[in-house]
Design a binder for this molecule. Structure first.
Ligand code: ZN
Length: 394
């Protein structure tokens, strides 16, 4: 953030200079043109008279002087501008690390299968965000025809169509989708359909007294929600009092908020993804956001590790320091062995002892080093056989 602010400051400075530069230039040029025109006029008028010619010569040389001064002035200003623009480049270089090359884990995407998964994730992201054509091109170029077939694309195409209609404030395609999936939506306790009806109802109320009959007819749609949303339905009915004067200055003006439409789009995406068995947030977005948050800290560690020749940061399964990326991005629990004080891995998983205490597999092996058939838990005196310990999965 600080880096962005520093660069923005320089850009603002340069933009100010630009503005100043162009501010006066028209005026200055016009002045000189006026001057020249008046000289030409004078010359044509007094062609024959010698004395006047002399004074015209004077004013020409004066004008020439004026132009010369102006050019010098502008060329100085231009130099200033140039210096400021090149300063922006320097500030960018200083504030942003251009080389993230040594951050990448070379073995991360080393097989055709992994590459395919990455391309698949990109395709899924493109489908979710409505870039269907770009996705088609990637599918062709990456040879993913089998993974991303028409069958897989169809729900996304439908989702994007409904979203585009919601953006136009048309709730009907979304309502139709709700009715088609009513069973599944009920199972996930969704109230999307009610919210859509609510938006449509308010749209009708805003049309004023001419839509009275239609509003009353439409309100029948709420009967199916009478149990769960009775209070909200009562409130909606209350808004009818303001039908002729409009809801803008009424106690019901909150129903007109633009954020309700944004919310409904988000809610629809959430519901739609849930029914498709997809995570609500796009996995690629999550990866990139997490990476962006962690990158500055990682860059610092890599620099320190390179200076102290401690090896590469990603050569082990765990990072040498903890990087705070926020609660939203925590998906897996991490277990650190209380005996060996190290994070468990696939090869060294956490093991639950009979007494309920958990230690890492390496710690268990060490306890059992002497080849005894029974060991004592390091936390409580319960004796047990090491083979009774069970691997824990997080
Ligand atoms: Zn124990």
């Amino acid at each position: 953030m600080d880096s962005l602010v520093a660069v923005e400051k320089e850009i603002d400075k340069a933009l100010d200079l630009f503005e100043n530069f162009y501010d006066g230039v028209d005026q200055d040029i016009n002045q000189i043109i006026d001057h020249l025109v008046s000289i030409i006029n004078d010359l044509t008028k007094i062609e024959s008279e010698q004395t006047y010619k002399l004074s015209a010569d004077d004013s020409i040389s004066m004008c020439r002087e004026q132009v010369r001064e102006l050019i010098k002035n502008y060329s100085d200003k231009h130099k200033d501008l140039h210096a400021n623009i090149s300063k922006i480049g320097k500030v960018i270089d200083k504030n942003f690390v251009p080389d993230y090359g040594n951050m990448s884990h070379l073995n991360l995407i080393d097989t055709a299968e992994k590459k395919m998964h990455l391309n698949q994730a990109i395709c899924e992201h493109l489908l979710r965000s409505g870039h269907l054509e770009v996705c088609d091109t990637l599918v062709d170029e990456a040879g993913l025809v089998q993974q991303i077939d028409e069958e897989k694309k169809r729900p996304f195409i439908q989702m994007n169509f409904i979203l585009s209609k919601l953006k136009e404030k048309d709730v009907y395609p979304a309502l139709e989708w709700c009715q088609m999936n009513s069973k599944e939506l009920k199972a996930i306790h969704s109230n999307l359909e009610f919210k859509l009806h609510r938006l449509r109802f308010i749209q009708l109320v805003q049309q004023g007294p001419k839509a009275q009959l239609e509003v009353l007819k439409y309100s029948r749609n709420f009967t199916q929600f009478a149990n769960e949303c009775s209070k909200e339905i009562q409130r909606l009915m209350g808004s009818l009092i303001y039908m002729s004067s409009g809801l803008d200055n009424s106690p019901y003006s909150s129903y007109l908020g633009a954020e309700l439409w944004e919310e409904i789009e988000e809610e629809f995406i959430k519901n739609s993804c849930k029914l498709m068995g997809l995570p609500v947030e796009c996995p690629l977005d999550i990866c990139i956001n997490t990476g962006c948050k962690a990158l500055p800290a990682l860059v610092n560690i890599v620099q320190v590790m390179q200076q102290t020749q401690c090896g590469h940061i990603l050569s082990k399964d765990e990072l040498p320091i903890e990087i705070e990326i926020g609660q939203n991005y925590r998906f897996h629990s991490v277990f650190s062995c209380p005996i060996l004080r190290q994070q468990t891995t696939d090869l060294n998983p956490p093991m639950r002892l009979v007494c309920g205490h958990v230690i890492s597999k390496d710690a268990l092996t060490k306890l059992n080093n002497s080849g005894k058939t029974r060991i004592k838990c390091p936390y409580c005196p319960v004796e047990q056989s090491p083979s009774d310990a069970k691997q824990m999965l997080f």
